[in-house]
Design a protein around this ligand. Structure first.
Ligand code: NAD
Length: 399
């Protein structure tokens, strides 16, 4: 039944190109060594003692366009831990944008502080001024630990912010578009595994009844899938069960349900040594970030169990697709259209994995790197006379 991965042996992993996880930033390196190791372009360390701002902005790659990625506020235990996180997250954004076909690079920012205690207007406005100073090389957005109010403070100091509310001219909550991308990616996964992309009567378990999962569940319900849903928040779970006729499952039992597809849409790290042996599904396709606890260990473990894994950063790209649309004037219909193309991207990745005999996450990394290389190369073709300010500039101007 699972045609993609049956033929992949574990021996193969010794000869594969490094995975994203294997390229995880190492600790104990100097800043320049860390940057070289992960091919980062620029790190901006922002310190403003008067407001208390301590932040790091990492620009990983701008071959495709300005770097875009959220800002996260977190009480990191050390500056090294904050640096490691921002390097890892910014590189992830390069891959996500590249695969989504966007003309955006990868960037991310972290503010060191406790979001429950340390928030104040001046911190976010100071951060906004640093972003503005980068003149568009880094565009920020909301991430973990940030609220709408914090983003509005940032926006008071810079125009380089996306994902702001509709009332302020932004695109608002990205989760409906993320969910549509996950739905389309799940259909492409089903096509590969079952030979048809119809999800009618397919048994699908969903972890989470939050923003992404509730929209996803509605798409799946409409198509006639049989749903099993869980959440630690009983109110959200009850609402989703009422709306979709899903069967409610205990949070810890979601890994044991016998289904066709398991869709994680809550937490990261949930595909691990405890949960993978319990899974009873043919495929994993969900929107949660960083689902594999350790890609180099748990990726192979899934393959060994004959479970096809659709890489999270490919299937959940609807969010970044949505905010990227703000840069050219937001159009919800077009954002949905673009997110629907995740079907084709997933199909291409699964085909590549089969043809090249590599795991699906290696396939997605390779395809992203290919686009970066190819577009980087065409950018070396001379195509503009705008930098001539003399006679040639005037000639161009007269046309
Ligand atoms: P959300 O907070 O609205 O939903 C997450 C839900 O998971 C919550 O209802 C929470 O109660 C539940 N949950 C937490 N721990 C749980 C557990 N142990 N078992 C079951 N349920 C649990 O968040 P969201 O916006 O729907 O995002 C979900 C995931 O998708 C996250 O990993 C997020 O990073 C990722 N993601 C979201 C978007 C987006 O557009 N919102 C885009 C890309 C990726």
């Amino acid at each position: 039944m699972i045609r993609v991965i049956n033929h992949i042996t574990l021996k193969l992993f010794n000869t594969m190109s490094p995975t994203l996880a294997e390229k995880e930033p190492k600790t104990g390196l100097s800043i320049f060594e860390s940057m070289e190791e992960n091919e980062h372009e620029q790190i901006i360390v922002c310190s403003d003692p008067s407001s208390g701002l301590k932040a790091i902005i990492a620009i990983h790659n701008t071959v495709l366009g300005p770097s875009l990625g959220g800002v996260r506020m977190w009480p990191y235990e050390s500056e090294q831990a904050a640096l490691k996180d921002v390097l890892r997250l910014s590189r992830g954004m390069t891959y996500k944008a590249a695969l989504a076909g966007l003309n955006l690079g990868g960037g991310k920012a972290v503010i060191i502080g406790n979001p429950k205690k340390d928030k104040k207007e001046a911190i976010f406005r100071a951060f906004g001024r640093y972003v503005e100073g980068l003149a568009g090389r880094y565009i920020t957005a909301e991430d973990v630990g940030m609220s709408l109010q914090d983003m509005e403070w940032i926006r008071m100091e810079t125009k380089y912010v996306t994902g702001i509310s509709v009332a302020l001219g932004g695109s608002g909550d990205p989760s409906p578009v993320t969910a549509m991308g996950v739905y389309m990616g799940m259909k492409a996964t089903a096509k590969k595994v079952f030979g048809t992309d119809s999800l009618e009567n397919r048994k699908i378990s969903i972890q989470g009844a939050g923003n992404v999962s509730s929209h996803l569940a509605r798409y799946l319900h409409k198509e006639g899938a049989k749903l099993y849903v869980t959440d630690i928040d009983e109110e959200k779970l009850d609402r989703l069960v009422r709306d979709t006729g899903a069967i409610a499952v205990d949070p810890d039992s979601i890994y044991d349900v016998d289904v066709d597809i398991f869709s994680p849409n809550a937490l990261g790290g949930i595909l691990n040594s405890d949960t993978i042996p319990r899974l009873k599904c043919a495929a994993v396709a969900g929107g949660a970030n960083n689902q594999l606890d350790d890609e180099s260990v748990h990726g192979p473990m899934l393959i060994e169990r004959g479970i096809l894994y659709t890489p999270d950063y490919v299937i959940n790209a609807g969010g970044v697709i949505n905010v990227s649309n703000e840069l050219e004037g937001y159009n919800r219909e077009y954002a949905h259209e673009q997110a629907a193309r995740i079907y084709d991207t997933v199909t291409r990745i699964l085909e590549y994995a089969e043809t090249h005999n590599v795991p699906t996450y290696t396939a997605s990394n390779n395809i992203a790197e290919m686009r970066l290389k190819q577009i980087g190369r065409i950018k070396s073709i001379y195509a503009s006379r705008s930098h001539f300010t003399g006679r040639m500039g005037e000639l161009v101007g007269r046309r």
